[in-house]
Design a protein around this ligand. Structure first.
Ligand SMILES: *Cc1c(COP(=O)(O)O)cnc(C)c1O
Length: 363
């Protein structure tokens, strides 16, 4: 079997045609019709009033925090188990990321843990929809209201995930999506921010473009950023977004395929989705109680001998030198015992069967 990567972007002929059109139009920087179109289509997709493209998801998180007025000395509660960008974006503002525990079923931030961490310095919560499963936004919004906190959804891994009929990116004050090459849809590098708040939208638009006055060119009243996306990238995004329903449907199939193949291995736990939630299945994962840090690495290198790519979960933020503190038991348990398996749009039923059979013989 040929090498099976964990993820791989699917670029179609129509994606290519849009990018060519953008190149030929001469609008290769951050102005152009594809930017407008992508933003409009993305806000329609999320059912939010506004969507704002940015250079990547990380700066999208930073821009959101700055727009909310997060300053040095403030505290922002984030889950311990996430990609580093969530924590670093908080640090860029001078604020302190405070690490919360996770729920064992969804792997997302735990509201009980958040409430224990709230102090007079707490200004915001960033909920991460990890591996495509929505965080408990009802609980988080309730806490935010009770304590007067802002809510940012880090939806980098969860385009199209839902709670009930409502899509992620529309629950918090601000939602941030990544369009990196391995995400659910891609623009190469890129990100998009969603909000229903006009003031925040205007503020983020302003800060994204060097905080330049709209009626007085080259007049700047504060320190802004160049966090813009290019029209070339937006062209790719327009193509990708046209197929997103199909892509999400395929991801549900992929999950079904893994479930069918692994149903007779009771010790393996696959992604679990809470009642009433719709998972976007960014990455299929397995959690195996008998694994530890070392055995997990052995399992991954054995899979590599079968030409199968896999990857460990993110290191808990609390284990990294910049954010070192005690790691909660649930976070450590999941981190040591979990790996991600190949999950991409073009994966076949045969490949999933091969992956699962190889996994079974390695175990
Ligand atoms: C990918 C990712 C980001 C960052 O997105 P980039 O576009 O790569 O900057 C942020 N948070 C999470 C949870 C991610 O998975």
């Amino acid at each position: 079997m040929d090498f099976i990567p964990v993820s791989k972007p699917e670029i179609t002929f129509s994606d290519e045609a849009y990018v060519n059109e953008a190149v030929r139009s001469g609008w290769v920087s951050s102005l152009g019709e594809f930017i407008n179109k992508f933003e409009k289509n993305f806000s329609n997709f999320c059912n939010t009033k506004y969507a704002l493209t940015v250079s990547n998801g990380t700066v999208g998180l930073h821009l959101s925090l700055v727009a909310l007025g997060i300053k040095p000395g403030d505290e922002v509660i984030i889950p311990d188990l996430t990609f580093i960008a969530t924590a670093n974006a908080v640090s860029y503002t001078g604020a302190i990321p405070v690490l919360a525990d996770i729920e064992l079923d969804s792997l997302c931030i735990c509201t009980k843990s958040i409430e224990k961490l709230i102090t007079s310095k707490t200004k915001a919560i960033i909920a991460v929809h990890l591996y495509g499963h929505p965080a408990n936004m009802t609980g988080i919004n309730r806490l935010a209201k009770k304590y007067g906190l802002y809510v940012i959804e880090d939806a980098a891994e969860a385009h199209g995930a839902k709670i009930g009929d409502q899509k992620v990116g529309s629950f918090g004050d601000i939602g941030v999506f990544s369009l990196y090459g391995n995400k659910i849809i891609t623009t190469g590098e890129g990100g998009v921010i969603t909000t229903n708040n006009k003031k925040l939208y205007n503020k983020m638009t302003f800060l994204r473009d060097h905080a330049m006055s709209s009626d007085k060119r080259y007049w700047h009243t504060e320190i802004g950023f160049n966090y813009r996306m290019t029209n070339l990238q937006a062209a790719l995004g327009v193509g990708q977004l046209e197929r997103i329903s199909e892509i999400l449907k395929k991801r549900e199939f992929i999950f079904e395929w893994y479930s069918e193949e692994l149903i007779n291995v009771p010790e393996i736990r696959l992604n679990s989705t809470k009642e009433g939630y719709k998972n976007a299945y960014w990455l299929i994962y397995i959690v195996l109680p008998k694994l530890n840090d070392k055995k997990r690495n052995t399992l991954m290198s054995k899979l590599k001998e079968y030409n199968i790519d896999s990857r460990p979960f993110f290191y808990p933020m609390s284990q990294l030198p910049m954010y070192k503190t005690n790691t909660p038991d649930s976070v450590n348990y999941i981190f040591e015992k979990g790996i991600n398996l190949p999950t991409f749009n073009e994966i076949t039923r045969e490949q999933v069967r091969y992956i699962c059979n190889s996994l079974k013989s390695v175990l």
